[in-house]
Write a protein that binds this ligand. Sequence first.
Ligand code: BTN
Length: 329
Amino acid sequence: MAERQQDRQLDRLVDLLTKNATVVMSGTKLATQLGVSPSTLWEWIERLRSLGVEVRGLPGAGYQLKKVPDILTPQAVRRSLHRGQFGCQIYHFYETDSTMTEAERLAGKDAPHGTLVIAEEQTAGRGRFGRQWFSEPAVGIYFTLILRPRLAPSAASILTLLAGVALAEIIHEICQLPTDLRWPNDVLIREKKCAGILVEMTAEPERIAHILMGIGVNVNHPQMPKDLTAEATSLHQEAGRTFSRLEILSAVLKRLERYYLQCLEQGPAVIVHRFSEISSFARGKRVRITDGPRLLTGETAGLSPEGILLLRRDDGQTEMILGGQVRAE
Ligand code: BTN
């Protein structure tokens, strides 16, 4: 579905309320500025409230923000970024099925390298192996970056590791939490997953047409759904406090871009090295790996120069792991 007109007007409403946070804004004036009726304005205010934006309604006087909202509007994200390529164009949805689907559509319409698609809520967020990605409204970070790297398709898998490194570093720096990386795409805190990465590529034999780098972070979820609690957690649950999604998002984007440029210039060694430093899974870990019907067990033996996981199997052979699901034994 296209980025809806109403989403942009909601963004404008958030922006107007934020810029005028110290005063009560007349409902009539707000409605006129947005070109809608007072009753539509009231519906939108209710919509924002459902996303955790605290707006005080003063009968006869108007509306006032109680605190600056943590909504990832394009205006707010743009203000928080330096002039880089990541986030050069920003699409923001209050609700969409998946930012991957939106990004695919935009990539097909020649959206430039660095285009960012963000959602407050995904109704069909997806992860690896066709799994769902739980996307509770306004408490997580859900985005997809469109990249057009001049890399051979075979070199693209380093981007998953690169995103993991950037996420693990930023979560550690901002939240002061101990992060771990489970090859290839999971960010863990105390053995539970707090963020995941989904990289999808459209390529011709020799060249990448585009890459979609999808990232989901469980930030302020008060708790995870029952069926996920054994495996997943949120930053809020682990730290016992709430974090600014905007601060985390913009720090992640800047770190992603820095590593991306470094990787293009110098090759994957920096990422492979940093991943191996952070990840307890990279070497000496007993693991089970399922890849379709195949089950492998053994001990991890480091990463290849391209970032492929090496497994010393129980039968003594060393195998290069190209995909599959890794779990600690
Ligand atoms: C995984 O760990 O399996 C990958 C999870 C990736 C989730 C993100 S949320 C934003 C983007 N949109 C999606 O539908 N998926 C990715």
